[in-house]
Design a protein around this ligand. Structure first.
Ligand code: NAD
Ligand code: IPM
Ligand code: MN
Length: 359
């Protein structure tokens, strides 16, 4: 039986970029007779507007049953003032934790055609190909206790808990080591082990685990230095493994090295490789509705879906080649536009990828 995909467009530019990714899915589905089937669901602000909550139990159940999920992005100013229990982002965090999507792969790969769009000098970034492995279902994002409480003196205090158990560290560590085995055999673990106990344990557990991967070189770096090294000499890295919050921040920084955050796809996988696929960027309220958002991160997320959840690496490769082909033609959305290239809209970019795929 064909695989079943749940599509969550989300908010802001979500529907615009997902429409282009969906076109790509439809084209590969018929070109290669994959027998994929699709259904749509609501998550984030659009679900709050319709159902009063960012993710209904019914949509969560449909997500559980799907073979893979494609997500645009959630959130926006319209919902920022709501009670914190029903923010759009809560839907995303719930689906990640309920489905056990702990391994977030964020590949920062600079297409050679975009070297001028990168914020760094060509000699520093050209050939960049790093993989950020971000722990996605634990850490300070989910640690309890958390909240906002009133202190004895009457003022309020916000608090969160940063914690990682050994088993949580081991499973994300294994993902990083396994991925490094398919790449350049180097893992750099990013932590703040000079200050935070949770990351002292993180470092110790990864050191122990590394004995099982003698062919992979493990190094450690403090997160402040890692942020600096990412913009100083990013090519020193192969696989970076880090916790939920550090991974969130470092992957946005790494995105810019590839020309734009609109280029960075992601896969969020469970222990069996089932997953949700989404661009690393958000709902970009500042450009929503203008038809100028870059759909390539979402299209490349479809490629990751074919590779990691649907067992179709050749078709995943074909999509990546098609994206390269479109960039060769000089086509650029506004975020990656540089002098001498051709500015195109969101849908023109999607159409060009399809033309390249079917050529
Ligand atoms: P953002 O990533 O939405 O936007 C940051 C900047 O990057 C903006 O200037 C935006 O225009 C630009 N940008 C982002 N994606 C782009 C694309 N595809 N093409 C061209 N330019 C693009 O981050 P933000 O502004 O901090 O957050 C906006 C909302 O998105 C917030 O509500 C936030 O919580 C949410 N968010 C959601 C996700 C997600 O659903 N996975 C991720 C990040 C942020
Ligand atoms: C991301 C986003 C999310 C995160 C938010 C919207 C909850 O920034 O996917 O990178 O912090 O994980
Ligand atoms: Mn983020």
């Amino acid at each position: 039986m064909g695989k079943h995909i749940l599509i969550l467009e989300g908010d802001g530019i979500g529907p615009e970029i997902v429409a282009e990714a969906r076109k790509v899915l439809d084209v590969v589905n018929s070109k290669y007779t994959l027998g994929l089937s699709f259904e749509e669901g609501l998550m984030g602000g659009s679900s709050i507007d319709e159902h009063g909550v960012p993710l209904t139990d019914e949509t969560l159940e449909r997500a559980r049953k799907a073979d893979a999920i494609l997500l645009g992005a959630v959130g926006g100013p319209k919902w920022d003032k709501l009670d914190r229990a029903i923010r759009p982002e809560k839907g995303l965090l719930k689906i990640r934790s309920q489905l056990g999507l702990y391994a977030n792969l964020r590949p920062a790969l600079l297409y050679p055609q975009l070297v001028d769009a990168s914020s760094l000098k060509p000699e520093v970034v050209s050939g960049l190909d790093i993989l950020i492995v971000r722990e996605l279902a634990g850490g300070i994002y989910f640690g309890e206790p958390r909240g906002i409480r009133v202190l004895e003196n009457g003022e309020r205090e916000g608090f969160n808990t940063y914690k990682y158990s050994e088993s949580e560290i081991i499973r994300i560590g294994r993902t990083a080591f396994e991925m490094a085995r398919k790449r350049n055999h180097k893992v750099c673990s990013v932590d703040k082990a000079n200050v935070l106990e949770a990351t002292m344990l993180w470092r110790e557990v990864l050191d122990t685990l590394s004995a099982e991967y003698p062919d992979v070189e493990l190094s450690h770096m403090y997160v402040d230095n890692a942020a600096m090294q990412l913009v100083r000499a990013p090519k020193q890295f192969d696989v970076l493994v880090t916790g939920n919050m550090f991974g969130d921040i470092l992957s946005d920084a790494a995105a810019m090295l590839t020309g734009s955050i609109g280029m960075l796809p992601s896969a969020s996988l469970d222990k069996d490789g089932r997953g949700m696929y989404e661009p690393c960027h958000g709902s970009a309220p500042d450009i929503a509705g203008k038809g100028i958002a870059n759909p390539l991160a979402t299209i490349l997320s479809v490629s990751m879906m074919l590779r990691y959840s649907l067992g179709l690496p050749d078709i995943a490769d074909a999509i990546e080649v098609a994206v390269g082909n479109v960039l060769d033609q000089g086509l650029r959305t506004a975020d990656i536009y540089t002098e001498g290239t051709i500015r195109v809209s969101t849908s023109q970019m999607g159409d060009a990828v399809i033309a390249a795929l079917t050529a």
